[in-house]
Design a protein around this ligand. Structure first.
Ligand code: PLP
Ligand code: COI
Length: 366
């Protein structure tokens, strides 16, 4: 695993207070990811200048990338998603397992032949931009969504891996990911596949999301929020949802697709598996045949379905749409296991109660 050695200086060119925007209030509508804060962090990798350059926190603004840059033509782009949480009415700010995002960011970069951002550099940069933008972190149920991104900058359209890169982080206030708060509808995609073994499914790269857009458009046309992806070979086994991992509740047993190499290994997924076990649920990571899932909904054996991810937290699924057929889950009601696990997860994230696994990282004030 690449690690850099030594300390990092981070340069700050911050806007004077009177030029900064006013962050939203908790009661405001906060469309996910729409408003970026006042600043962003930029850190370039340039082998001719000795590798990683000094990170800088600068006012949020467009930056120049030449039209022939590798990112535009051969898609060398990977990203991460994590959040900063404020313990209500306090100055305590937490990140949740950010080292997992640092590691996944490295793995994603390596899968796309990119220069990975050293984990310690990633963690320091995330903490620093969060500390600068802490006024934007509203208490629960809001948070600050953090989007670290890495792009290939080399110029010239010949096909090869870039040697120079830009790592940047933008942050935006977040509340609910889905506008529907009464549970979401998920559309079973039977035509396209998201990933195949040996492909990029477990990397968090923009290309995966681009190739998934026609299915998302079909889902939206069917009145669903998200796509349920089936495996790329048999088109039979459930993999994940467009922006979340997925879990199926059979009374006290929770089943979720095993990580086969074509599924994004979600930080929320792994946290819920641990939390659910702590709460004495049985968790099985297995292969889930979509026909069995639909039959089990019909028979009532399958009691709840929920998606989980950083942006979406825990989102109960109240309907699966399969072509012209609509399968209501749990009488279209949000289930109690989903709510139980959601409460345990967000209590931990927002600094309420014990942290037995040491998952919280407190961000120190500026
Ligand atoms: N799967 C996909 C395709 C995602 O985009 C996400 C969101 O990041 C997840 C799963 C959940 O991952 P995490 O819990 O790390 O946010
Ligand atoms: C996240 O949950 O962090 C994601 O990256 C999902 C994204 C589609 C918003």
């Amino acid at each position: 695993m690449p690690q850099s050695n030594g300390q990092f200086r981070i340069l700050k060119n911050l806007l004077p207070k009177h030029k900064r925007k006013t962050p939203p209030q908790l009661q405001d509508e906060i469309p996910f990811g729409r408003t970026q804060t006042d600043h962003m962090l930029i850190c370039d990798y340039n082998p001719q200048k000795g590798g990683w350059q000094t990170p800088e926190i600068v006012p949020y603004s467009p930056f120049e990338v030449t039209p022939d840059a590798v990112v535009f033509h051969y898609g060398q782009e990977v990203f991460e998603g994590l959040k900063a949480y404020r313990k209500s009415a306090s100055d305590e700010i937490f990140l949740f397992r950010p080292e997992q995002n640092a590691r996944r960011f490295v793995n994603s970069a390596l899968r796309l032949g990119m220069q990975p951002v050293p984990e310690d550099l990633f963690l320091r940069c995330v903490q620093e931009i969060v500390a600068v933008e802490q006024d934007w972190i509203l208490p629960s149920p809001a948070s600050l969504y953090i989007r670290p991104t890495l792009i290939g900058l080399d110029t010239g359209v010949s096909y090869r891996a870039s040697l120079s890169y830009r790592f940047f982080i933008i942050v935006s206030p977040a509340k609910n990911y889905y506008s529907r708060e009464t549970g979401i509808s998920v559309y079973i995609e039977r035509e396209h596949v998201r990933a195949v073994p040996g492909g990029c499914g477990e990397a968090k790269c923009g290309g995966n999301y681009a190739a998934a857009l026609p299915a998302l458009q079909r889902a939206r046309a069917a009145g669903s929020e998200q796509v349920l992806w089936l495996d790329g070979i048999n088109r039979t086994f459930v993999e994940e949802v467009g922006a979340m991992n997925i879990m199926f509740v059979y009374d006290n047993v929770i089943r979720t697709p095993a990580l086969t190499g074509s599924i994004l290994p979600g930080v929320t997924r792994s946290s819920i598996i641990q939390l659910a076990r702590d709460l004495r649920y049985t968790v099985e990571e297995c292969r889930l045949n979509i026909s069995d899932v639909l039959n089990d909904i019909q028979s009532g054996k399958l009691t709840e379905i929920f998606g989980c991810g950083t942006a979406a937290v825990i989102s109960p699924v109240i309907e699966l749409v399969d072509g012209s057929q609509r399968h209501e889950v749990n009488g279209a009601q949000i289930g109690k296991v989903s709510m139980h696990l959601k409460k345990s997860l967000i209590d931990l994230q927002f600094g309420r109660g014990a942290d037995p696994h040491g998952w919280r990282l407190q961000v120190s004030a500026q």
